[in-house]
Design a protein around this ligand. Structure first.
Ligand code: NAG
Ligand code: NAG
Ligand code: NAG
Ligand code: NAG
Length: 194
């Protein structure tokens, strides 16, 4: 026998309404918060032919807090992802340098890249600090400098014909993460000129 007070049509209806309400709240919330990531990535990819929308959307969505933030927050997240990337790449370079099977040209390139990435890490910390206090001009300059580490590292290997850069993916990732931050800095500084 069913308990009529628990399973009356009225309480079933209420329960259904509550579930429906929860579901829609959840849906609108995730749609709205996904929007700031995708809208930002979309706007940035319209501004630059090398900007990778998929990379942007996937990188930011992988950080749970990006779903609950604003443009400033996304800026900080992209800078921290860039810093994390640079630190991981420095460890990978150190591992590669310990590998005895590299020739002097490759060793030289890797050492240069390591120096570039070490400088870039410091610059990224400074850029994040400048960004957080709203010094967008300085943050912009420093992010551009960090981004250049990636292209300079990549170019080092291209100096010898047929040389495959072992850091192509790392360089690409750092470049794209810096490009996200730069695009966000640009849109913030155009809305709050300082
Ligand atoms: C955001 O972009 C990702 C990847 O392109 C896609 O899977 C997702 O459905 C998009 N979300 C919204 C709300 O447009
Ligand atoms: C863009 O990023 C995605 C995800 O990281 C990657 O799979 C794709 O190859 C990139 N596109 C280009 C043109 O490099
Ligand atoms: C760099 O960041 C991208 C995006 O967050 C991530 O997919 C990739 O694994 C990171 N690479 C390294 C070497 O940390
Ligand atoms: C050293 O480099 C060679 C060629 O790139 C690679 O096959 C090997 O796995 C590397 N060894 C270590 C210990 O990283």
């Amino acid at each position: 026998m069913q308990d009529p007070s628990l399973f009356s049509p009225a309480s079933c209806c209420c329960l259904f309404c509550l579930l429906a309400l929860l579901a829609t709240t959840h849906l609108t919330m995730s749609a709205k918060t996904m929007d700031i990531i995708n809208l930002t990535c979309e706007k940035c990819s319209r501004e630059s032919p090398v900007f990778n929308y998929t990379f942007c959307s996937e990188s930011l969505q992988a950080v749970p807090v990006s779903h609950f933030t604003n443009l400033q927050g996304l800026g900080i997240i992209s800078m921290e992802l860039a810093l994390l990337n640079a630190s991981t790449t420095i460890s990978s370079i150190e591992k590669m340098l310990r590998n005895g099977s590299l020739d002097p040209f490759q060793l030289g390139c890797l050492r240069d890249c390591k120096d570039l990435y070490l400088d870039a890490s410091k610059t990224l910390v400074d850029a994040t600090g400048a960004f957080m206090v709203g010094h967008y001009g300085i943050a912009n300059m420093q992010m551009s400098a960090a981004m250049e580490a990636a292209t300079t590292c990549e170019d080092g290997f291209e100096e010898r014909e047929g040389e495959a850069c072992p850091l192509t993916k790392e360089n690409y990732d750092l470049f794209q993460l810096c490009d996200i931050a730069l695009c966000i800095i640009r849109s913030l500084s155009s809305s709050f000129p300082s």
